[in-house]
Design a protein around this ligand. Structure first.
Ligand code: ADP
Ligand code: ADP
Length: 236
């Protein structure tokens, strides 16, 4: 069973002039556990909408979104909250809490879910910061960090609840090319170390070439091409 399955997913928006606009059209897609899956396409192709459909920030108008074998489109709000914990997400602009330390940013999702002891939370924070190589910044504030370091904190925060899948929405678009390469190497290491499935949306072709094992191309809300990248990047 794939960790994420989209079956004929449809999503339209109503435009200010009252017309309906199809952002995602009859899209079917399987993403397998442990994969690094790239979604590429021009601006407006529907990439972000697709990520929001996967973590159910958007509900599809038709079709099914299945995560970890559960059809999210049939779940109650309470059930959804549980399932969302199996999906971590990072963004182009990091979305860190500015007046909280790195440690508190990473602990934040654990405190929301509310069933972790202080010792457990502390251990998770440390473990996740180690995964991204940022233990030394545990007491810093976001403003004291570079862009690449901020995105690493965001990754650590997303991983803290131990999700099955890490959803990445244009994670390198605010970073220079050297920092981008370092961040991609970190994502690849994390995928190998803890086996988390990575789904990455980007308009930057080099990003998928360096990182991904499966690539899907979106055009005007449709999946127009999907291919496997032959060898894992480390062996190229
Ligand atoms: P991408 O991430 O590939 O740039 P998006 O998924 O953001 O594409 O958007 C796909 C299309 O859907 C765009 O034309 C966008 O304007 C439209 N769209 C996205 N969200 C909304 C919304 N909430 N209301 C109206 N139109 C939207
Ligand atoms: P438990 O929570 O059951 O005590 P452990 O702490 O021993 O489990 O970790 C279980 C597995 O999860 C280990 O193999 C560990 O490498 C892996 N793991 C550690 N951190 C993360 C993380 N942030 N996301 C996903 N898996 C992780």
């Amino acid at each position: 069973v794939p960790v994420i399955r989209l079956e004929s997913v449809q999503k339209s928006f109503t435009l200010p002039n009252g017309e309906r606009f199809d952002a995602v059209r009859a899209l079917s897609l399987d993403i397998h556990a442990g994969d690094i899956f790239g979604l590429i396409g021009k601006s407006g192709a529907g990439k972000s909408t697709l990520l929001r459909l996967i973590n159910l920030l958007e509900r599809p108008d038709a079709g099914r979104v299945v995560v970890g074998g559960r059809d999210l489109t049939t779940l109650s709000r309470a059930e959804l909250r549980g399932t969302r914990q199996s999906l971590g997400m990072i963004f182009q602009q990091f979305n860190l809490i500015q007046n909280a330390t790195v440690a508190d940013n990473v602990a934040f999702p654990l405190k929301i879910h509310g069933h972790h002891s202080r010792a457990e939370t502390k251990a998770r924070v440390r473990e996740c910061l180690e995964l991204v190589g940022l233990e030394s910044k545990i007491d810093s504030y976001p403003a004291q960090l570079s862009g690449g370091q901020k995105q690493r904190v965001a990754i650590a925060r997303a991983l803290a609840p131990r999700p099955q899948v890490l959803l990445c929405d244009e994670p390198t678009s605010a970073l220079d090319s050297e920092t981008t390469q370092e961040l991609l190497a970190t994502l690849r290491d994390i995928n190998q170390q803890i086996g988390v499935t990575i789904v990455i949306v980007t308009h930057e072709l080099p990003v998928v070439e360096l990182l991904c094992r499966q690539v899907a191309i979106l055009e005007q809300g449709e999946l127009v091409e999907q291919f496997a990248v032959d060898a894992p990047p480390a062996q190229r």
